[in-house]
Design a protein around this ligand. Sequence first.
Ligand code: ADP
Length: 475
Amino acid sequence: MFINGEWTAAVSGKEFEVTDPATGDVIGTMPDGSTADAEQAVEAAAAAFGSWSSTTAHHRADLLYKAWQLMTERAEDLAQLMTREQGKPLKASRAEVKYASDFLRYYAEEATRVRGEWLPSARPDQRFLSLRQPVGVVAAVTPWNYPISMLTRKMGPALAAGCTIVLKPAEATPLCAKAVYQVFIDAGVPGGVINMVTALDPKPIGEVFTSHPKVRKLTFTGSTAVGKKLAGAAAANLKRVSVELGGHAPFIVFPDADPVRAAKGAAALKFLNSGQACISPNRMYVHEDAAEAFVDTMTERVGRVKAGNGFDDGVGVGPLVNEAAVAKVAAQVDDAVAKGATAAVGGARLTEAPFDAGHFFAPTLLTGVDDSMTIYREETFGPVAPVITYSDVDQVLELANDTNYGLAAYVYSQNISTAMRAFEGLRFGIIGINDVNPTSAGAPFGGMGDSGLGREGGSEGIAEYLETKLGGFAL
Ligand code: ADP
């Protein structure tokens, strides 16, 4: 753990093991922290807040630029570590490290753009001035699916704003978090400004984060169930909250789309991170006129996706995070097939050597999916593309919106009016229009409904770490 500028063991002296999800090999150990460790980390962050928040924005920008440079220099080592610890193909790890470093550069720039305003008063002898200041100590909880970029997406803007941080990374991927911390440390971020507590059981740490009076903000990325609990507990203590949670993204192919292009996009998007992404498409609504061309292209593309160890050449799908994840995907696929869906490609876990030591599920294309099936409602978090054929264009936005989630949605159409109506009508925070990657460090990312509160990235991302203060000056 990293507390008050020092790498430390847990107060209890306990440790936990970290494993490679492709092989089951133990690849490291980390301190197994608990309440006392989290409290120390919060105290350290609170003690450092005064001096850090009074540094100039230019100074903080310089440190973030330095961190960006170091992360760029270390990109290959970080990517290798990510593939080892998280399992994603090396190419995807490299792309994630690039995306992660983009947040450091973007918020280095954004640090110097935090401005207040001069506001008009109704009284001639009064002036109003608004000032934006850092909220204080930020407690951050991050997931294992994007184990480096989810840290920089929070830490970049928090540091740029002048906040100090206590992070609890996911128990499956603490080694990536440690490597990110080393980047910040080597860039010269002072002790106490960034702290990290690792733990096998996240619950006691979450309790400190949501109840400690010196924590002023909670930022969380993970499941909707846990996010609701933590946001509720933090809100009860009037802490500021942003949570980025699950999704159930529709992917709509209109009759005026290019179905082959849409299928190529769907196949590329669905298998990213083995489908373990909150913006992964979970319901592919394909118009009956486009269905044959779409399914043919998908069948060919999905059939070509190779599962395996992320270090092996040509692998497009790595292991899932653990056994429970494989069991959940298998249960959804079995349920769908039992209710009449067809596994056009894949459809089962991979159990033969070399897959037997890891947690693998075959890249899968399901056709004939309908709303009676669990997969139609529940997030899959696995390499399964479910295709639903529809006929009524006027109804499809309603179908797509019929979910409690509201993170990402995708639309394929060659017609500007169709695309614009869908962009406006879909109740989701992020919409890809003929585009499978609507994300960037400079763009707001976040969801509606059960997908969360707040935005990360862009100017919205730093606003989450700032308070507005009003000054009324009588002359
Ligand atoms: P996933 O299903 O993607 O693993 P989780 O929401 O369980 O999603 O995990 C996301 C992050 O939330 C991880 O860092 C995990 O340790 C943490 N977490 C899970 N449960 C709790 C909890 N009760 N309190 C605090 N953090 C938690």
